[in-house]
Write a protein that binds this ligand. Structure first.
Ligand SMILES: [Zn+2]
Length: 390
């Protein structure tokens, strides 16, 4: 950085403050990230300058909120996925990663905002709302359509979510990545029947909308490579533009780009047993990392499309085998293009650790393709030897 004379600095400071006061009170719109600015930040980071600043926000609170299936809690899954994603992003070296909380508590910086600036956050979010409503009323911005109604965040949780946004605005965060798991059941006693993910991004009317969509569009193919898009009417092909989620910058309140992913339904089988759950969450995190890298650094090939492979299958794999071995088998069958079997969808045949008719049909196709005989209905030594190459 070159030096400037004190006088120049004074003039710049005066101009900056004059500009600041000339803007509307919140000044959110002009400061929101554009895709070009995000790519410029990536370029700076790649050439040894300041890193791209990413805030990972595991959904809900350390000890409250979110859905559950038996003892499995959404907020704990989100915390684990958040830590896995932090690890992948940090290992890349070009990202400075912040995690709003883990399973035990809030990050101290975020907690400090909640502790000391509660009324300020509340007033700020209400002012953002008033400003946005005035903008819509003036006819300068069209009211964004509401694709789906969400359960409203209870007041203190809502204020904390706005507090996280405000902290991100004030700390130069480039991108917020929100992590959730979905639920669609009227009764929480039984598993539902859906599978898959959905990505939420702010609407084009919000200042952070276009950059957020550009990120979401890179995330989509990485997640869709192994998981179905959730079959919910409003989800469409996988990305929902939603003006109501505080996490995405409701009332145009966020400077950073922001994406929120519902990674799976809470009752999906791959989340139920500990060994498969660890593989599934790590792979969700890994593919999220790949999607973000595809956005910031397009054209860099990934050595592997999933963190599940290579896998060390210890024995033959068949119906009733260790679900982690089945899950890895299904992963290899997906990479090879055998799962889902011809005529089936990922939704009907999800990768879930259960050796059922879908896996059986896919395995049969795999063995036929590679001329493996004598192992009908299971993956024996010859099949496993071939699988190890994936
Ligand atoms: Zn949630």
């Amino acid at each position: 950085m070159h030096r400037r004379s004190p006088r120049t600095i004074t003039v710049i400071a005066w101009l900056a403050s004059a500009l600041w006061f000339a803007l509307p009170a919140l000044a959110d719109g002009p400061s929101a990230r554009t895709a070009e600015e995000l790519h410029a930040a990536a370029e700076t980071a790649a050439t040894g300058g300041a890193k791209v600043r990413i805030l990972i926000v595991p959904g809900h609170e350390p000890s409250a909120g979110g859905t559950a299936f038996g003892k499995l809690k959404e907020r704990d899954l989100a915390a684990q996925l958040g830590k896995d994603l932090q690890r992948y992003l940090a290992a890349d070296g070009r990202f400075e990663v912040f995690l709003s909380r883990d399973e035990h508590g809030w990050d101290p910086a975020v907690a400090a905002v909640f502790a000391s600036r509660w009324d300020e956050i509340d007033a700020w979010s209400q002012a953002a709302r008033a400003e946005w409503e005035a903008l819509v009323a003036s006819g300068r911005v069209a009211e964004p359509p509401v694709p789906v109604r969400h359960r409203k965040a209870p007041h203190p949780m809502g204020v904390r979510l706005y507090g996280i946004t405000k902290w991100a605005n004030e700390n130069g965060i480039d991108l917020m990545v929100h992590i959730h798991f979905d639920d669609d059941r009227a009764s929480s006693r039984y598993a539902g029947r859906r599978a898959g993910f959905a990505i939420y991004a702010p609407p084009p009317q919000y200042a952070n909308g276009p950059a957020s969509l550009a990120v979401a569009e890179k995330l989509l193919p990485r997640l869709a490579a192994f998981d179905p898009v959730a079959k919910l009417g409003f989800v469409g092909r996988g990305i929902v533009r939603d003006p109501q989620l505080i996490a995405l910058g409701r009332w145009n309140s966020a400077y950073p780009a922001s994406v929120l992913t519902e990674y799976a339904f809470i009752y999906e089988r791959q989340l139920r047993t500990q060994s498969v759950r660890a593989l599934a969450l790590d792979d969700m995190a890994y593919r999220t990392f790949l999607g973000l890298r595809d956005f910031f650094y397009p054209g860099e090939p990934a050595a592997r499309a999933t963190s599940v492979l290579p896998h060390d299958w210890k024995t033959s794999v068949r119906a009733g085998s260790d679900p982690a071995d089945v899950y890895a088998l299904q992963t290899a069958l997906m990479v090879d293009g055998d799962l889902p079997p011809a005529g089936k969808t990922k939704s009907a045949c999800p990768r879930n650790g259960l050796f059922g008719p879908c896996t059986s049909a896919a395995l049969k196709a795999f063995q036929a393709k590679y001329g493996i005989t004598g192992e009908a209905g299971f993956a024996g030594a010859k099949t496993v030897a071939k699988l190890r190459a994936f």
